[in-house]
Design a protein. Structure first.
Ligand SMILES: [Zn+2]
Length: 216
């Protein structure tokens, strides 16, 4: 309803995460700040043993990096509004039309309770549902966190995360094409571990999508 939207804009103006300019809430990013981070692509060498590949929307830098960090570590669940317009602009959805099931990379139970939410749900769930996809927040379960991951080498990351993810035992994904959603793609170790478990459980194919990546 327009009246409600106008009132919301007046009371809680939406500002560009890069420069603070007041923006329409459907757009959020001003074009100059968007240009600095916008880099939609299939990440080079993101195809691994069990993952077909991984798409991403932005370079992991500047304002989008700040927003991701605020949602993850700063309790800023309200920041979810900056991600929706990015997903709406992503130009390669047609390449992912066969993927009807979307499963987020989960947090461990302990970490999710501490944070109050999985930031990946805040970023992707509304958008995916509006596109008619089935979003399964509990599709994968994480048995332990891998918090020290950032200190490890690429190979150590793959070792460290192996066996962390388990399919929800009530879920049958045999023959399904599945999209794994995550906030950031770094080495691909997390995506590969999640894809490995989904393929083991009978998925037909697994592809990834993230908001941002520092990888090429
Ligand atoms: Zn701006």
């Amino acid at each position: 309803m327009n009246l409600f939207k106008d009132l919301a804009d007046l009371l809680y103006p939406v500002t560009c995460p890069g420069c603070g300019r007041v923006m329409d809430r459907d757009i959020v990013w001003c074009s100059s700040c968007l240009t600095k981070i916008w880099n939609p692509r299939l990440i080079n060498s993101s195809r691994t043993e069990h993952l077909q590949g991984c798409y991403t929307l932005c370079s992991y830098e500047g304002a989008v990096r700040n927003c991701i960090i605020e949602v993850k570590y700063g309790g800023r669940a309200d920041r979810k509004q900056v991600f929706y317009p990015l997903l709406a602009r992503f130009p390669y959805w047609d390449r992912l039309s066969a993927f009807h099931l979307v499963i987020p990379v989960p947090l461990s139970k302990k970490k999710k309770e501490a944070r109050g939410y999985n930031q990946v749900d805040l970023m992707f769930e509304d958008w995916m549902k509006e596109q008619g996809k089935t979003y399964l927040p509990q599709g994968l379960v994480r048995f332990r966190s891998a918090e020290t991951q950032s200190l490890l080498s690429r190979r150590e990351r793959y070792e460290n995360i192996r066996g962390v993810f388990h399919i929800n035992k009530n879920l049958d994904i045999k023959g399904k094409s599945i999209l794994i959603a995550d906030d950031v793609y770094t080495t691909g170790a997390t995506m590969e571990a999640a894809a490995h478990e989904l393929m083991r459980a009978g998925a037909k194919t697994v592809m990834g999508i993230t908001i941002a990546s520092g990888a090429m």
